[in-house]
Design a binder for this molecule. Structure first.
Ligand code: GDP
Ligand code: CA
Length: 324
């Protein structure tokens, strides 16, 4: 069996870690392969290095190397380089990268500079973290550099900042007017992305941010059409519980695109291809588009076992809808 999942950072990575645990614990599912299509809209060039926050969060989480409290970055980190850059007065001071993390960005930037595509670089990094041995292929959504920017209207009138600046420095407190993904007009899906969606038995949408993670992936030409056209049921997990994101600022992102922050309204964003939607038991009475099968259960990924149970429930719904 083959499962394809779209993923942002922390919400996506924790779900995927649960999915792998579920597959590895289920004898009948052990041969399942998983392709992950990762968001690259959060990518940013800092200190001359290309940083791909969401891809790295997936790599570190699946490689058992993530800082679990934070949800991103490496466990057991030190910040000598960051401190030195601060002493040198090199901005931005609001984006802290650990020393081990810097190793990833140096390697990525070196390989990109040697002419490798982001897909090829990501495959090398995935090797480092043992993903192929676990049946996992991590693909960036596109090899074309793209960057999400946020249009703000504060003080000096409308202006745009990089998504990371809005999210990390401003903590999404300044209302976003809209999101603009620079480079998206030229972006084509990375090799293997459309095939992975078309040939999947089940497609899963983890509880990633519906606007700046999943929404950005869906903006790459051809991906949305592939989801509409695939025979595989597409099943998603709500990132909202009782109208609030479990972590982060998905509510501020939804406000910017004029969508109410409810589990059902998030499902509506995917209504042209979604077949199954898992919501928290607190949202069991939410309204989903016609044709979408709604299921409710606890959706807090408090640890790997909880995430495995949630991913297992999403996969089971997908298999049920596929008639398998
Ligand atoms: P990011 O790129 O690091 O922001 O991560 P994602 O886009 O992959 O996921 C962010 C979303 O995951 C947020 O909107 C959260 O509400 C959601 N999320 C995080 N933890 C949980 C959880 O335990 N349960 C559910 N249902 N959603 C979660
Ligand atoms: Ca992200």
């Amino acid at each position: 069996m083959h499962v394809t999942a779209l993923a942002g950072g922390v919400g996506g990575a924790r779900f995927l870690r649960g999915l792998l645990a579920h597959l590895e614990r289920s004898p009948e599912l052990r041969d399942t392969t998983v392709t992950v299509v990762g968001n690259t809209g959060d990518d940013i060039t800092l200190f001359g290095l290309r940083v791909c926050p969401d891809l790295d969060t997936v790599l570190y989480t699946l490689g058992s190397a993530v800082n679990d409290e934070q949800g991103w970055g490496r466990a057991d980190e030190s910040y000598a380089v960051h401190t030195e850059l601060g002493a040198l007065g090199v901005p931005p001071e609001w984006f802290s990268l650990g020393d081990k993390d810097f190793g990833t960005h140096i390697a990525r930037s070196l390989w990109l500079g040697q002419g490798l595509s982001l897909s090829e670089v990501t495959a090398r990094l995935a090797q480092r973290w043992g993903l192929p041995q676990r049946g996992v292929t991590l693909l960036p959504m596109t090899d074309t550099p793209v960057e999400t920017h946020v249009v703000l209207d504060e003080g000096a009138g409308p202006h745009a900042v990089h998504f990371q600046e809005w999210w990390v420095r401003l903590r999404a407190r300044v209302p976003a007017q809209r999101f603009v993904v620079a480079g998206m007009d030229r972006a084509t899906p990375a090799p293997g992305v459309l095939e992975a969606i078309r040939s999947a038995d089940v497609v899963l949408l983890p509880p990633s941010n519906p606007v700046v993670s999943i929404g950005v992936i869906l903006g790459v030409a051809g991906i949305r059409d592939a989801l509409r056209g695939t025979r595989a049921p597409v099943v998603g997990v709500s990132p909202l519980v009782s109208g609030r994101p479990v972590r982060g600022h998905a509510d501020a992102c939804l406000a910017a695109i004029g969508v109410p922050a409810t589990a059902g309204d998030v499902a509506s964003l995917y209504s042209d291809f979604l077949r199954g939607w898992l919501v928290d038991e607190a949202d069991a009475d939410t309204v989903v588009p016609t044709g979408v099968t709604l299921r409710s259960r606890g959706l807090l990924m408090t640890d790997v076992d909880a995430a495995a149970a949630i991913a297992g429930a999403a996969l089971s719904l997908g298999l049920e809808l596929a008639g398998k």
